[in-house]
Design a binder for this molecule. Structure first.
Ligand SMILES: Nc1nc2c(ncn2[C@@H]2O[C@H](COP(=O)(O)OP(=O)(O)OP(=O)(O)O)[C@@H](O)[C@H]2O)c(=O)[nH]1
Ligand SMILES: [Mg+2]
Length: 333
């Protein structure tokens, strides 16, 4: 398929190879607390191959849905922040797109967003799908992470799908390649191991003031949330090339006097055939997508929602800078 350089971060990231002794250097140890009740705060990037369960984990840790989830790879397209409070620690999680060998401008921008998330962090969690094990994608990501100065924890996810004893060879082989500061086994789906993960994060992050208000759960604007919830249903209800060749933008957000909101979204697809699949016989598919997205939005926004979807064919949208900017991706060249 591809070598690690294809999965790699932008070229400016050229830190020296991570070596074993670096782990024990004093810069990585925690200072003693100066006074009881002192606050801690840190940025924790959640990175990994597509479909590893990063967004499921972030949602579960945040206790709410901040990022969409689907059984298909490449669900997350841009970084989403979730703020989790644990005692005196503010854990600022960044969900990132899965890292894979990119081809389209859209894909390159997604992978660049993931690596940028990792570079800015105090700590990175490498999420690995335990059942999938050491895939080519994981191998490539590890070979790039080796050059990172950010401390990395290995989080083996989906422990509910596998006898954890069978994970020992995978753990050993990953730890041989990169000296992870910690290795944990969790199930983002069942919640197993997550309390311990939060506890460990809370006592690992540096002392310092909180960066965000305590009640700020996420940085996703409501207009983008609406578009993402529509896209989540497209990922769930359509198959093959359609979901990956669709993008959603919120065109209008109208508050109504009765407290409800009217949301108009446009779904762009690359081809007429994809548009036909999305619309479905007599409009049944897009109606189904709309109904499910509306129900989910009403739950998340805690108000009545009138959702209108408009499907447009727009060839080459995934190479268009404006379309990528609309979903919060910078141009990755
Ligand atoms: N059984 C099981 N399934 C899980 C677990 N965590 C995530 N999943 C499933 O794995 C699939 C992918 O989950 P996501 O959270 O979307 O994965 P992701 O890493 O964010 O994927 P991308 O955004 O595409 O990179 C979904 O079907 C989840 O329900 C887990 O711990 N156990
Ligand atoms: Mg995701």
């Amino acid at each position: 398929m591809s070598d690690s350089s294809e999965h790699g971060p932008p070229p400016q990231d050229a830190a020296p190879e991570r070596t074993q002794p670096e782990q024990t250097q004093p810069e990585q140890t925690q200072p003693e607390p100066r006074q009881p009740g002192q606050t801690r705060c840190g940025l924790v990037a959640v990175v990994g191959a597509p479909n590893a369960g990063k967004s499921t984990l972030v949602n579960r840790l945040a206790g709410t849905k901040v990022s969409i989830v689907s059984p298909k790879p490449q669900t997350t397209r841009f970084r989403i922040r979730a703020v989790v409070m644990r005692g005196q620690t503010q854990i600022v999680l960044t969900d990132t797109p899965g890292i894979f060998a990119p081809r389209r401008r859209l894909d390159r921008a997604m992978v660049a967003a993931a690596w940028e998330g990792a570079q800015d962090a105090d700590l990175a969690l490498l999420i690995v799908d335990s059942r999938a094990g050491m895939t080519e994608a994981v191998q490539s990501i590890v070979s790039v992470l080796k050059r990172s100065r950010v401390p990395i924890w290995l989080v083996l996810n989906k422990s509910d799908l596998i006898d954890t004893k069978r994970l020992l060879p995978l753990t050993a082989s990953l730890n041989e390649q990169l000296s992870f500061e910690e290795t944990l086994m969790v199930s983002a789906e069942s919640g197993d191991g997550l309390d311990r993960l939060l506890e460990m994060l809370a006592s690992r992050l540096p002392y310092g003031p909180w960066l965000f208000p305590e009640d700020e759960l996420s940085d996703l604007p409501e207009r983008m949330l609406a578009a993402e919830i529509v896209r989540e249903q497209i990922l769930r209800l359509t198959h093959e090339e359609v979901p990956h060749h669709a993008t959603v933008e919120t065109e209008q957000w109208q508050e109504r006097r009765d407290g409800s909101v009217r949301i108009d979204c446009t779904i762009y697809v690359g081809r007429a055939s994809q548009k036909a699949i999305l619309i479905g016989d007599g409009g049944t598919k897009v109606k189904d997508i709309g109904q499910r997205a509306r129900a989910e939005l009403e739950r998340l926004l805690e108000r009545r929602v009138h959702l209108f979807l408009n499907v447009k064919e727009r060839q080459g949208w995934d190479e268009e800078r404006a379309r990528l900017r609309a979903i919060g991706l910078d141009d990755a060249g």
